[in-house]
Write a protein that binds this ligand. Structure first.
Ligand code: TYD
Ligand code: MG
Length: 461
């Protein structure tokens, strides 16, 4: 039976913060199921009567003209990590509130502890407040990442007012709060981690950040069960939201910006979790294609774009005659339906007998690719395996494939070619339309533009 709301409670979706007077099974805003939790109503502190109710009151505030506003020279603080700084848009903006969200255990505390250590070494005053771990547990982690200089300030605290008064007193340059879901304010009657508590914490931290010009990092856990409020509840309050995620096989950690008031949201940072903390992966392309098999059929290198960043990846295809009546298809790293579609196009437009073949496609390194530019590489990998003819090691392939077997242009082909050239590739098989604009970037590389996948058969021999 649906629960009924008492008079002084409301229901919040723990995924997105949607508010409802009664309990709902599915959230109308974000469509998640069973995510509503009951919380007491909190009167907003600043709710004032509207100006209509107070006739004769004249505001003393005046708008300021843009030309009279002095830019604050917005000096950014270095994070000590090139990858992290890039995702933030070139460093930490003083007085900003940044949410780092991710699954439990992904490495948020490690990333921020390392950042605290590095920024402290660069001369910033840093305070690390943890509501999750005791001070001795933090020390264990610090030992693990090899931090021996003991001058960084730590506090184990969950009471929000304590945190506030300490920050007013200490006024550090950077403060880290791990995590927002453990912080608790007595003014709000609900339990830590509830939507109202989490919002209250973020709002008060936002005011504090602007007042005292402290850059504050909030850690937010992404939760599957909806027992605590997820980071999406806070997305509209904070200045920047960074998601920390792992690749499919967990080898890499990717830091992705979902919102950034002071920078682009296209950037990603790549890290690797080692025994002594997170290490930056400055050139993911090199790593992705480092274990490439030599002279093997069915392996093709392609260039993908992650935001604005080109990354080379290896697409592997394996085709063999089917043992039973029905052909098996398996795709890992690309969409299964997309693979079926490409096989159908190859059969119909390329005249290849793939209906009788099992086909397996894999993107090495655990990458998940959703970009259509990978299509032509998948086609080339399958073709290479089918004919048992290798694609030369120095060749990269990219392009979108349409239903008529046409090879369509892709965005930012120049960037892809630049990356391939940097890593020593000599030949590019690509959409013909893109070729003319890429001549400058290509240098002495050979650009082979194709219009239909049939031509690929000729090109690959
Ligand atoms: P952690 O930063 O505690 O994750 P979060 O704060 O996001 O919950 O990282 C947890 C995982 O990282 C844990 O499984 C142990 C692993 N780890 C390492 O592999 N190497 C290290 O040096 C550290 C500190 C953690
Ligand atoms: Mg943690």
């Amino acid at each position: 039976m649906p629960k009924q709301s008492n008079r002084n409670t409301v229901y919040f979706c723990t995924e997105c913060g949607f508010e409802s007077k009664k309990w709902l099974g599915q959230c109308p805003a974000c469509h998640s199921w069973n995510s509503f939790s009951e919380e007491p109503v909190v009167k907003a502190a600043g709710s004032k009567a509207s100006s209509k109710d107070r006739p004769g009151r004249v505001s003393s505030k005046k708008p300021v003209r843009l030309k009279d506003i002095e830019a604050s020279g917005e000096e950014r603080m270095d994070t000590g990590s090139a990858e992290f700084s890039r995702v933030l848009g070139g460093g930490i903006v003083p007085g900003s509130l940044i949410l780092i969200a991710g699954d439990p255990g992904i490495g948020k505390s490690t990333l921020l502890l390392q950042t605290a250590v590095r920024t402290a070494e660069l001369g910033r005053r840093v305070l690390y407040i943890s509501g999750e771990e005791s001070l001795s547990q933090i020390k264990l982690r610090a030992d693990r990442i090899g931090y021996t200089d003991g001058s960084l300030g730590f506090l184990s605290e969950t009471d929000l007012s304590e945190v506030e008064s300490l920050l007013h007193k200490e006024k550090p340059d950077i403060c880290i709060i791990d995590s927002v879901q453990t912080m608790y304010s007595e003014d709000v009657g609900s339990v830590p981690g509830s939507v109202t508590q989490v919002r209250e914490c973020a709002q008060r931290m936002m005011m504090l950040a602007k007042e005292e010009n402290i850059a504050i990092f909030l850690v937010g856990h992404v939760t599957k069960e909806g027992t605590v409020a997820g980071p999406r509840v806070l997305e509209h309050i904070v200045d920047a939201v960074l998601y920390f995620e792992s690749g499919d096989n967990g080898a890499f950690r990717i830091l992705r910006s979902a919102k950034n008031r002071f920078g682009s949201t296209n950037e990603i940072g790549v890290f690797e979790m080692r025994h002594d903390g997170l290490a930056e992966v400055l050139n993911p392309s090199e790593l992705m294609i480092s274990d490439r098999p030599e002279h093997a059929s069915g392996a093709v290198v392609t260039c993908l774009l992650e935001g604005t960043r080109p990354i080379l990846a290896e697409v592997q295809g394996l085709v063999c005659e089917t043992a039973f009546g029905m052909a098996r298809r398996q795709a890992s790293g690309i969409d299964y339906n997309r693979l079926n579609l490409l096989l159908a196009v190859m059969e119909k437009r390329g005249g290849l007998p793939l209906g009788r073949c099992d086909a397996y496609v894999n993107v090495a390194g655990g990458m998940r690719v959703s970009e259509p530019a990978v299509d032509l590489a998948v086609v080339a990998a399958i073709l290479s395996s089918l004919k048992d003819a290798e694609v030369p090691d120095d060749t990269i392939v990219f392009g979108e494939v349409g239903l008529s077997g046409e090879v369509r242009a892709v965005r930012q082909a120049e960037e892809r070619i630049k990356e391939a050239r940097k890593l020593g590739f000599r030949r590019v098989i690509m959409p013909r339309y893109n070729v003319s604009r890429c001549r400058d970037e290509a240098g002495d590389m050979e650009l082979i533009g194709i219009r239909y996948i049939r031509e690929l058969i000729t090109v690959l021999g």
